[in-house]
Design a protein. Structure first.
Length: 147
């Protein structure tokens, strides 16, 4: 009788340990948000609601919750090269990216804010806001694309 109780306790403890191990693995996989969105996205740009043509954005994983967003395009004859480290979060079936960087325009570094979403199918919408542009003020660049 004591052997059966001891065997029951061992089986129960084994099941408990396997349950904790399974939860840890799932939690780790679910927190690797940056890997889930890493890739090349092709799409279109809107610049202050005007057509900016085709464009490409590349997102690379830095760590589980951080990625680098890169865009190297020519927009209306101006070379636009932006590289921004972003924080990646997940909420409501959307991955969200947010970060700040600067854009060099000749002799001036302009502040840039990057915010956007990527859904599970790879559809993305990213807003790049360039502030304090000489003679223009603020420029809003919207990228709509697909992985």
């Amino acid at each position: 009788m004591i052997k059966y109780r001891l065997l029951g306790v061992i089986v129960w403890l084994s099941a408990l340990c396997m349950g904790f191990t399974a939860c840890d693995k799932k939690e780790t996989e679910n927190n690797n948000f940056a890997q889930a969105i890493a890739g090349t996205y092709n799409g279109k740009l809107l610049i202050n609601d005007s057509d900016g043509g085709n464009a490409q954005i590349v997102i690379t994983r830095v760590d589980d919750q951080h990625a680098t967003l890169k865009m190297d395009e020519s927009i209306e004859g101006i070379a636009v090269k932006i590289e921004c480290r972003t924080e990646v979060t997940y909420s409501g079936n959307l991955y969200r990216v947010a970060g700040n960087t600067t854009f060099n325009m000749g002799t001036v570094d302009l502040p840039v804010a990057v915010n956007g979403t990527v859904d599970k199918s790879g559809k993305t919408s990213i807003l790049i806001e360039v502030n304090d542009v000489p003679l223009m003020g603020r420029i809003l660049v919207t990228f709509e694309g697909q992985k």
